[in-house]
Ligand binder design. Structure first.
Ligand code: SAM
Length: 262
C-alpha cells in the first residue's frame, strides 16, 4: 500500500491510475526510489506525500505536527452526532494539531462556531495552513488560538458557554515503547502524558468543566490501556454525568465521553 501510494505520488497521479499505466518515466522512477529509501528508514508515509486523509478532508502535514490517525475519525464522528440537532453550537478542540477534528466539524456542520487550541508553536503553523485552505475552499472558518489547554486563563470569555469540548490530547505514558515513525517524527508534545499518560488530561478536565454549559458534552481520546482509568478519573473529579467509554472499529477502547452536570 505504501509503495503504491508513493509511486502514485512520484507520478503525481491518483493511486487508481497505477493500474492503467504501462511504464514509469525515468525521472519518476528516480523520485520513487528516493521516497522508498526514506520510507524504509521509517519516515512516515504522510510526511513523504505531505498529506493525511481525515474523514472528508485532506490535511497538509509534515515535520512539526502530529499525523492525524484514522481511529480519531471516530471521535470526530461522535462530535458531529452530538451537535447534529443544534443550529449554531460552539465547539472547542483542545490540542488541535493539524486541525483534523476542528476542521472536520466545521466542514460537516457549517453552522458551528469552532475554536481550535494548540500550544506547540511549530504545530500551530500547520493548523493555520490547513484552516486557511479550508476557509478558502468555502468552509466556515475555524478560530485558531495559541494556548495551553490546562491554563486556567484560557478562553475565560467562553466560561459556561461552550456546547462541546473535544480533545485528542497527548496520552502516551512516559517511557512507553512507540514505533520509530512515532518516536522520531511525531512531536514530543503530542505524545507524552506523564507517568500514567493522564497528566495533561487532568488539566484539560478542569478547563472543560469551566467552559461547558450545563449539559454540555466532553469527548477525550485515550490509549488502548486507558479505557478504565480515564472514565474512573472523570467520575472521580465529580461534576460529570453519563460517563461512558467507546471502542474503535478494531474493538479497542478509544475515547471517553461525559456530560457536564446541570
Ligand atoms: C495527539 S496530538 C492530536 C492532534 C490532533 N487533535 C489530532 O487528533 O490529530 C495532541 C496535540 O495536543 C497538543 N498539545 C499538547 N499539550 C498541549 C497543551 N497543554 N495545550 C494545548 N495543546 C497541547 C500537541 O502539540 C498536539 O498537537
Amino acid at each position: 500500500m505504501d509503495a503504491e501510494l508513493l509511486l502514485a505520488h512520484a507520478l503525481a497521479v491518483p493511486r487508481a491510475r497505477l493500474l492503467t499505466l504501462d511504464e514509469v518515466p525515468a525521472d519518476a522512477a528516480g523520485r520513487f526510489a528516493g521516497l522508498l529509501d526514506q520510507r524504509a528508514s521509517r519516515v512516515p508515509l504522510q510526511h513523504l506525500t505531505g498529506i493525511a486523509p481525515f474523514r472528508h478532508l485532506e490535511l497538509a502535514v509534515g515535520p512539526g505536527v502530529f499525523v492525524p490517525r484514522p481511529e480519531t475519525e471516530q471521535i470526530a464522528g461522535w462530535v458531529l452526532e452530538r451537535i447534529a440537532g443544534l443550529t449554531a453550537p460552539t465547539v472547542v478542540d483542545l490540542g488541535t494539531g493539524s486541525g483534523a477534528i476542528a476542521l472536520s466539524v466545521a466542514h460537516e456542520h457549517p453552522g458551528a462556531r469552532v475554536l481550535a487550541v494548540e500550544r506547540d508553536t511549530a504545530a500551530i503553523e500547520w493548523t493555520r495552513l490547513n484552516a486557511g485552505t479550508r476557509a478558502a475552499a468555502g468552509d466556515t472558518p475555524v478560530e485558531v488560538l495559541a494556548g495551553d489547554m490546562t491554563d486556567p486563563a484560557l478562553l475565560t470569555e467562553l466560561d459556561g458557554a461552550v456546547d462541546l469540548v473535544v480533545s485528542n490530547p497527548p496520552y502516551v505514558p512516559d517511557g512507553a515503547r512507540v514505533p520509530r515513525e512515532v518516536a522520531d517524527h511525531d512531536p514530543p508534545l503530542a505524545l507524552w502524558g506523564g507517568p500514567d499518560g493522564l497528566d495533561v488530561v487532568r488539566g484539560l478536565l478542569r478547563t472543560a468543566a469551566r467552559l461547558l454549559t450545563a449539559g454540555g458534552a466532553l469527548g477525550i481520546e485515550h490509549a488502548d490501556q486507558q479505557g478504565e482509568a480515564l472514565p474512573a478519573l472523570v467520575r472521580g473529579v465529580g461534576g460529570w454525568e453519563d460517563v461512558a467509554d467507546h471502542l474503535d472499529l478494531a474493538g479497542r477502547p478509544r475515547f471517553t465521553t461525559a456530560r457536564r452536570a446541570g
